[in-house]
Every structure is written in structure tokens, then in C-alpha cells.
Design a protein around this ligand. Structure first.
Ligand code: SF4
Length: 426
């Protein structure tokens, strides 16, 4: 694998006349080209040896790095920040075992059911009572390396204000009206593209213990909405520890005008199968081809396990939903994604599928630098992503709209039933 330092040193030596900002751009373009094409630096050096002027060299490298973009896209919206990859920030993927070392409990919830569950489940952990998470964090700075160790630290807190909100979506996009039930922040899975990585100032995984206050708040909230817990965490990954799902089902069955969704990449459905289902409870799985799961969704369950869990939930009386989000574009994407669409309809009777969402990969420019630090061997950043309509890194309009048209077509060929919508799109 190409190392950033090698490229930096080469550019400094070969193009001392460029000035610092121009060197940064060329360094990044060479690094990304070599990484994407799986070539050693020597090959690229040979190819660019005839370019001396910055403009010509940059044009050559941009054309090679982004062959699918239009001239306009190449000229205006590339994001070529300084290459700053610290090998100490790499996250090591091993085997998932949720076994926190430290459990911090806010004073006001020290006797809560959740605090007691954690004491039962993790007798070897160190427990500490803290006045509040705010005062705990106050003077501390957290880094990417701390984020890599977030599973060591759990915080059981009292949520005071932030119970529900409408999904803010993204600038200039059409909202779907989803509401976020903010029951937890942080996730034990490791998805390369996860936007929670931007919260590297977070000290660990935060779970509110006062679920009854969420329920009280909902009584005076809107009642004909779609809402769910899977925005800042995976809805079910920790369900065997929190025991939240039976309480949520029991509460929301009284609000049949609303639809409550557990959004997950897990098959942690034991508690769901034991609970009494209700028609307005939907279990939604995020889906991707197994190849993408292997490369990007570490610790989550396999595609087959997700589909099997969906089947089991249907047999138990629940409705299901599927989220193709993020869809990642690569050579051969259409064959792989069509297979997943076919797998759904070959396995799941369509009358049980409430909705299917489609959303292509997008993330903030800040996340690009975090991904390349945490997952230096990633392949998702090799795609032709540039600053899109909402200033997030996206594939071109042509690629995205082609994906949506194909996916919608494959779904509609198999069933007219499920509501299909795009997420965070114009
Ligand atoms: S499952 Fe969702 S919340 Fe968890 S790491 Fe993956 S993208 Fe993030």
C-alpha cells in the first residue's frame, strides 16, 4: 500500500517551486491515484515525469483520478485537502465483544433500571457516579484514537431536552418527514462511512436511562408521524443490554397513527420475538451486497442474517422495511445490487414490506479525512466523489440518478407494493 509520507517527500523534492498549497494538491492527487489504481508510487512518478508546470500536472492527475466526471465537475468541485494521515489513528478490526471497561452513571439515574441492568450484565466493569456527562466532558479533549476506544466507555445519562426532532435532512433536499427518537448516541459497529465518526469529541457510547420521559414528551408531540431510534445509533445492536424494545413496542402500540421503526444492521431480535407485535411497529434493515458489508460494515451481521431476521420478524407479526443506504457505486454495482433486490422479493412476501429507501453514499468533507485516518485501506474513498449540491461528498448527478432509476425499476418490476423513496436527495 502506498504511504502518504513517501508521496509527500517525493512531491517536496520533485516540485520545490510549487509553493505549499500547490504541493498539497499534487500530493493528494498522486496519493489517491496510486491508491485507487493499486499502483506503487514509482509507476505514477514515471507517468508524470514530463510535467513541470503545476497547471498541466494537475490537469493530468485530475483527469486520471476522476475519469468519469464532466469537465465542469472536475474544475469546480473537487475536494483536495492536505494529506494528513496519522498511522496511530487506524482502527483495528478484531472481533466484536461488548464488554465496557468503564461505566459512568449520572447521579440522577444511578438507581434506574438501565443502571441496574448494566451492573448485572457487566460485573467486572468499573462503575463511577458522575454529576453529569456535561461536567465530565467539560475540560477534556477527545481525539480519533479515543473514538477508536469508545466501546470501553459507556455513559448512562438523563436526557433532559433532546427527546425528538424532525430529521434535519440536508440542504436543498426533499424531506421525507421522518422524526428522530433520540434514544442513544454512539454505536458498537464500525461502518467506514458512519457519520457518527465526526463526533470524535464524544467520550463513549451514551444511553439515556429515563425512557419514561421520552414517552411523556411524546404524549404532547405529533401523533401521525414516522419515527425511529436508528439515527444516532443502531436501534437493536445493544437491545439485549438495554432491554428498550419491549418498552417501545408497548408504548407505541397505543399510537396507531404513528409508525415506529427500529432501524438496524443486526439480528438482535430475541426481545422483539418475545414481545407482542403491533402493526405500527416496523423493523427496518439497512442492506448492501455482502461484498460491501465485508469491506465497510464491520461487526454488523451478514446480508443473509439480516434477511433471515426480517423473515422471523414477519412470522412473528411485524412489518419490515429496507434501506439501501448508502448505495456505493463501483464497477459491477448493478449486478450486485439487483441480486439483493431479488433476494428480498424471493424471500419476503411484499405485503409485509412497508417501505424501501434509496440513498447513495454521501458524507461531509470533514469525514473524508477521518475515514482515511481510521480506515487507511478503505476502498470507498477511491470512488469519484466530489462536493455535491449540499457541499457533501457525493457521486455525480449522472451516477446517482442512474442508480435510483435502476433500483426503482428493479423494485417495481417485482412489486408495486412498498413505498419507495430517496433519502437526502433533491
Ligand atoms: S450501524 Fe449505523 S450507527 Fe452503527 S456504525 Fe454503522 S452506520 Fe454508524
Amino acid at each position: 500500500m502506498i504511504t502518504p509520507d513517501k508521496v509527500k517527500n517525493y512531491v517536496k523534492k520533485a516540485f520545490p517551486h510549487f509553493g505549499i498549497n500547490k504541493q498539497f494538491q499534487i500530493t493528494r492527487l498522486i496519493y489517491e491515484t496510486a491508491k485507487r489504481e493499486r499502483l506503487p508510487l514509482e509507476n505514477i512518478k514515471k507517468d508524470i515525469s514530463k510535467y513541470e508546470k503545476f497547471d498541466c500536472l494537475k490537469r493530468y492527475l485530475v483527469d486520471r483520478r476522476y475519469p468519469g466526471l464532466s469537465i465542469d465537475e472536475r474544475n469546480k468541485k473537487l475536494y483536495l485537502p492536505q494529506l494528513q494521515i496519522n498511522p496511530k489513528c487506524e482502527t483495528k478490526i478484531g472481533k466484536l465483544s461488548v464488554s465496557p471497561k468503564n461505566i459512568y452513571i449520572e447521579e440522577s439515574v444511578k438507581s434506574s433500571f438501565l443502571a441496574n441492568r448494566f451492573k448485572d450484565k457487566f460485573p467486572k466493569a468499573k462503575f463511577a457516579i458522575i454529576p453529569s456527562i456535561k461536567s465530565f466532558i467539560k475540560d477534556r479533549k477527545f481525539s480519533i484514537s479515543d473514538y477508536n476506544k469508545r466501546q470501553d466507555n459507556f455513559f448512562i445519562i438523563r436526557e433532559r431536552f433532546d427527546f425528538f426532532k424532525i430529521c434535519p435532512c440536508t440542504k436543498s433536499a426533499k424531506r421525507c418527514g421522518y422524526h428522530i427518537f433520540n434514544l442513544g448516541m454512539g454505536c458498537v459497529y464500525e461502518c467506514t462511512y458512519c457519520y457518527l465518526q465526526e463526533y470524535t469529541n464524544s467520550p463513549g457510547i451514551i444511553i439515556p436511562a429515563n425512557i419514561e420521559d421520552f414517552f411523556d414528551a411524546f404524549k404532547s408531540y405529533k401523533h401521525n408521524i414516522r419515527l425511529g431510534t436508528g439515527e444516532f445509533t443502531d436501534s437493536l445492536a445493544l437491545d439485549d443490554i438495554t432491554g428498550f424494545s419491549p418498552m417501545l413496542i408497548d408504548f407505541f402500540k397505543n399510537y396507531p397513527e404513528s409508525t415506529f421503526e427500529f432501524k438496524t444492521k443486526s439480528n438482535n431480535i430475541k426481545a422483539l420475538l418475545l414481545a407482542k407485535p403491533s402493526k405500527n411497529i416496523v423493523i427496518g434493515w439497512s442492506l448492501n451486497p455482502q461484498k460491501i458489508i465485508n469491506q465497510n460494515e464491520f461487526y454488523s451481521t451478514s446480508l443473509a442474517e439480516r434477511i433471515k431476521a426480517a423473515k422471523d420478524c414477519i412470522a412473528s407479526g411485524y412489518s419490515v422495511a429496507f434501506h439501501f443506504d448508502p448505495i456505493i457505486y463501483y464497477d459491477g454495482w448493478s449486478k450486485d445490487y439487483k441480486q439483493v433486490v431479488d433476494l428480498i422479493f424471493d424471500t419476503i412476501p411484499d405485503k409485509h414490506i412497508k417501505w424501501i429507501s434509496l440513498g447513495t453514499l454521501r458524507f461531509s468533507p470533514v469525514l473524508k479525512k477521518i475515514i482515511e485516518n481510521r480506515f487507511p485501506g478503505n476502498t470507498i474513498l477511491d470512488g469519484e466523489l466530489f462536493l455535491g449540491f449540499d457541499n457533501k461528498m457525493r457521486f455525480s448527478d449522472k451516477v446517482r440518478y442512474g442508480i435510483y432509476e435502476n433500483m426503482r425499476g428493479w423494485i417495481k418490476q417485482r412489486s408495486k407494493g412498498p413505498f419507495v423513496y430517496t433519502c437526502m436527495e433533491r
